[in-house]
Design a protein around this ligand. Sequence first.
Ligand code: NDP
Length: 322
Amino acid sequence: MNSKMGENRICELFNIDFPLIQAGMIWCSGWELASAVSNAGGLGIIGSGSMYPEILEQQIISCKAATTKPFAVNLPMLYPDSDKHIATIIKHKVPIVFTSAGNPSIWTSHLKSHGIIVVHVVSSLKFALKAEEAGVDAVVAEGFEAGGHNGRDETTTMCLVPMVAKKINIPLIAAGGIATGRAMLAAMNLGADAVQVGSRFVASVEASAHNNFKQAVISAQEGDTLLTLKEITPVRLLKNEFSESIRKAYESCASKDELKTLLGRGRAKKGMFEGDLANGELEIGQVSALLDTILPAAEIIAEILSEFKEALKEQNTTKFQF
Ligand code: NDP
């Protein structure tokens, strides 16, 4: 067994050292970040939602050149050219795929027939059960604290993880609001086998996000994010001029079509990749308020694991007895 953390279903499933997974994030997680996380013993993920098929292919080739460790590709099912991405993933024998934002029964058996491990991201118990039924190998339960696309029901990680853990038999990865070792331990105490960390890795040296966005993430304070656009696709983002224009549109009872027009195309790229902090969509989790450094991914992982171990030791002390 490869796991340095004892028996762990996720370490065994993915053949990684630590049950720590970096979230697939559009415009932020390319091969540099994914390979750095995998090289440090976690699981790195290429976020393919913002990549044209030929770009994804280049990203996979670069990731393979940068690491011999397992890595994954995240495929948001809303992506217009999913079939092309899947053909590339199969062609290059990517070992693991995280699907999200869609129905897991569409691609799971096809991917699995090619020997690929499939994980699906959900925001509710109902979808976790559907994913298990669809035959996925593991589920990511992502709470309302998370950045980017999010659940309509606003279920927090604290509520979602134990509900899902109680009902499913396959391995469970907790996500949403987890950026530290103490949060990792808390999620595992709630029944998760592993954690998926997003926002913390946006504030990493290797993230492909624009430096303006990284700086905005580490400057964020409590209350600086909001979940909005539920009528289209719920998304958590940093408040800025663009989110203010959405708020005003809601105030004037804008229709779904008017909201779609306001959102337009390529807002996420404008904000996160091109660094337009006023007019772009800046997708980030609530936990950004806790972040104040931009570090190499390996240091982030070392910090999280060191705090995890310290907190685990404390659990066996009188601090937890009463
Ligand atoms: P938009 O429709 O606003 O814009 C599409 C963006 O994706 C453009 O910037 C475009 O780049 C790029 N792109 C890459 N491949 C394609 C393609 N085959 N066809 C069209 N555009 C492509 O979408 P978003 O930027 O909001 O989201 C893009 C994708 O990411 C979606 O699939 C969405 O589901 C996913 N997503 C996932 C999130 C998550 O939390 N997991 C959060 C937000 C989005 P260019 O400008 O260079 O043409």
